[in-house]
Design a protein around this ligand. Structure first.
Ligand code: SF4
Length: 652
């Protein structure tokens, strides 16, 4: 690794502004050593380590030498794009110059992102689109004729039309399909199978696991980048969700407005009548079932945890059973295209819905947590099921399956310890490495910890954080990010700040996240305010961000059903849920929020934590000790002095 990452290594020849980073070289050497002995590794590498190149080079070197396939999975599209557009071309050049070898890599997307020519032609064949959708249909047709490998992101097509033509694994004929040679999905897949490196996101990775690892090519080594979110995403993808909207989507495959769908094709009058009657009864009963599920939730709370089987689904289950039986008895009427594939896919989907409904209606829920979330604006609900403990699933599906698994992130450790994340992911024996950021936090970041604010439980907290945020915005001249732990708090505090300052404030509660960030970047001196998604993944370097305000320590919401079930499971094992789950989860999220400030080594600014528990409670130290050492002060005067010295490296 020294030949590549060393002071005179080949990275310095390739990158004009290359700076040698001890941490990067150390990380690459650790990965090179652990990958060859196999197993599991956790690496926390602070911002600025250059971690993607530090894992790509040793992992690829090993995989190409040992004829193994590497999978790299990320949480965000931003990192995926950085990998594909920036890091991998550099790594390719290093391999070509240094090792004299070439390799292929592919970005893998989920099935529904690719168009299916066969479904498109079937839709045209049965007149399955409306007159006003004609222009979109022509655009799709032209894209197919041009023979390009295109995805949903390359066309401006409505969700309704895309739903009609997206690739559907239940009806894909694969290489037997008449369109396979020109099929965008098959072309992409061919590239995946000839690649030595596959890039994907965590959602696709775990969907592939849930699908019996049949969607993606086989691979041997897995690197989870942005690994702090793996448990949450794994639980979601390995669970299920049921809603009235999903039921309608499936039913629409059988019968939909004036589009020519499946039910009218049934020849035997009595079967067609029975299927239609059942169809409408399922529609009606499904609506009632999900309306009743919503009634189980408390008006003040979004979610309701279901602790015993939801037996009122029995009638709906019976209707679906009879419907499947009826359409199956007419199978011969769908023996040929353009209906055969659509029929098989629709039948398979309603059967999957029935199986999940059966799980929550009939079975005990001891290994999965089931809960109901009320839907916004409609009188309905979604029912979720997720494994309570992902550790055993990780062991079964990942660790025992792949040669080597690495979890990498800037935020994995709590107080330099990996115990929490290793236990959550069922990898107590894994090797670990913790690397500090090479950035100069000690002189470039002021951690402002006021000791004169009420705690979040005390009256006056909301007004106090609005007032202190306003003073911080004024002192920094805007360019501030305010992080909240809930939408309610965000909506409550922002109007109060607006009364106190004139800076423009772009809030996630008032426009979608992408637009709020774009508007903020285009308006220097403004303020950006958001909740969960803004704590991580936001990259606002230089003057775009000089002050991060953390309004409250980000403890998990204790009565969220999946959190409640996990903490109950810990208590059963004799672990204190507060210190064994709530504090470490909050520390990892807190580190993400703190990490928004320093994105480049020349950045400089203030991180203010307005939750007094960080200084008054014993556990507060764990938060402070888990972030890089920086200047600390409880005095607002120090903040003002620090802000005035913008651009200078000295402290207060
Ligand atoms: S190969 Fe599959 S995805 Fe491609 S056109 Fe045929 S059915 Fe559709």
């Amino acid at each position: 690794m020294d030949e590549i990452f060393g002071r005179e290594g080949c990275l310095s020849d390739i990158l004009p502004f290359y700076e040698h980073r001890t941490q990067q070289e150390e990380m690459a050497s650790f990965l090179a050593r652990t990958i060859s002995s196999g197993g599991i590794a956790f690496i926390e590498a602070g911002t600025g380590t250059g971690k993607t190149v530090a894992y790509l080079i040793p992992a690829l070197e090993y995989c190409l030498r040992e004829n193994r396939i590497l999978a790299v999975t990320t949480e965000t599209k931003t990192l995926q794009k950085q990998l594909v557009d920036k890091d991998l071309p550099i790594v390719k050049k290093i391999f070509s110059d240094h090792y004299g070898i070439d390799f292929r890599y592919s970005l893998c997307l989920g099935s529904a992102n690719y168009p299916c020519r066969k479904r498109f032609e079937l839709m045209i064949g049965r007149g399955g689109f409306l007159f006003e959708e004609k222009d979109q249909v022509e655009d799709i047709s032209s894209a197919f004729e041009e023979g390009k490998t295109f995805t949903r992101y390359d066309l401006n097509v409505s969700p309704l039309i895309w739903k009609e033509i997206e690739r559907d694994s239940d009806m894909c004929g694969g290489f037997d399909c008449a369109y396979s040679k020109t099929c965008p999905f098959q072309r992409a897949r061919k590239e995946w199978f000839s690649s030595q490196l596959l890039v994907m996101n965590h959602y696709l990775f775990f969907s592939n696991v849930a699908a019996g690892k049949t969607y993606l090519p086989k691979f041997d080594v897995v690197i989870f980048d942005e690994a702090h979110s793996v448990e949450q995403i794994a639980a979601r993808q390995l669970g299920f969700n049921l809603s009235y909207g999903l039921l309608l989507d499936i039913l629409e495959r059988f019968h939909h407005r004036n589009k020519k769908m499946l039910l009218p094709k049934i020849k035997e009058r009595s079967i067609q009548d029975e299927s239609r009657a059942l169809f409408f009864e399922i529609e009606k009963e499904g609506r009632l079932y999900f309306e009743n599920a919503r009634k189980m939730t408390d008006d003040r709370k979004r979610s309701f945890r279901v602790k015993s089987p939801l037996t009122d689904g029995e009638y709906l289950l019976d209707l679906i059973d009879r419907f499947i039986l009826a359409i199956s008895s007419a199978e011969a009427d769908f023996a040929d295209e353009p209906y055969k594939s659509e029929y098989e896919a629709a039948r398979s989907k309603i059967a999957s819905f029935k199986n999940a409904l059966s799980t929550i209606t009939k079975k005990s829920t001891s290994d999965i947590v089931v809960w109901i979330d009320r839907e916004d604006n409609v009188n309905s609900a979604t029912i979720y099921g997720a494994p309570i403990d992902t550790g055993p699933l990780m062991e079964l599906e990942i660790y025992s399956f792949y040669d080597y698994t690495a979890f990498i992130s800037a935020t994995l450790a709590v107080n330099n310890e990996f115990t929490f994340i290793k236990n959550r992911l069922g990898a107590a024996e894994a090797e670990t490495l913790s690397l500090d950021s090479p950035f100069d936090y000690a002189s470039r970041v002021l951690l402002y910890l006021p000791d004169d604010l009420p705690s979040p439980q005390e009256t006056g907290f909301t007004d106090a954080i609005a007032e202190r945020s306003a003073r911080l915005i004024t002192a920094s001249g805007g360019n501030c990010l305010i992080l909240f732990t809930s939408y309610e708090m965000l909506k409550d505090v922002i109007p109060r700040i607006r009364i106190l300052v004139g800076n423009e404030i772009f809030s996630q509660s008032e426009s979608d996240s992408v637009k709020a960030v774009a508007d903020y970047c285009a308006a220097p001196g403004s303020v950006l305010a958001g909740t969960h998604s803004f704590w991580q993944g936001l990259d606002l370097p230089g003057d775009l961000l000089t002050c991060v305000i953390i309004t409250k320590l980000p403890f998990p919401v204790p009565d969220r059903p999946e959190i409640e079930a996990r903490t109950e499971r810990l208590a059963e094992k004799g672990v204190n849920p507060f210190y064994g789950f709530h504090v470490p989860s909050a520390v990892i999220q807190f580190k993400q929020g703190f990490g928004r400030l320093m994105r480049r080594n020349t950045d400089r600014g203030v991180v203010a934590v307005l939750d007094s528990r960080i200084v008054t409670k014993g556990y507060g130290k764990t938060f402070i000790q888990s972030i890089p050492e920086c200047i600390q002060s409880s005095s607002f005067k120090d903040v003002e002095r620090f802000m005035k010295k913008k651009g200078k490296q000295t402290a207060i």
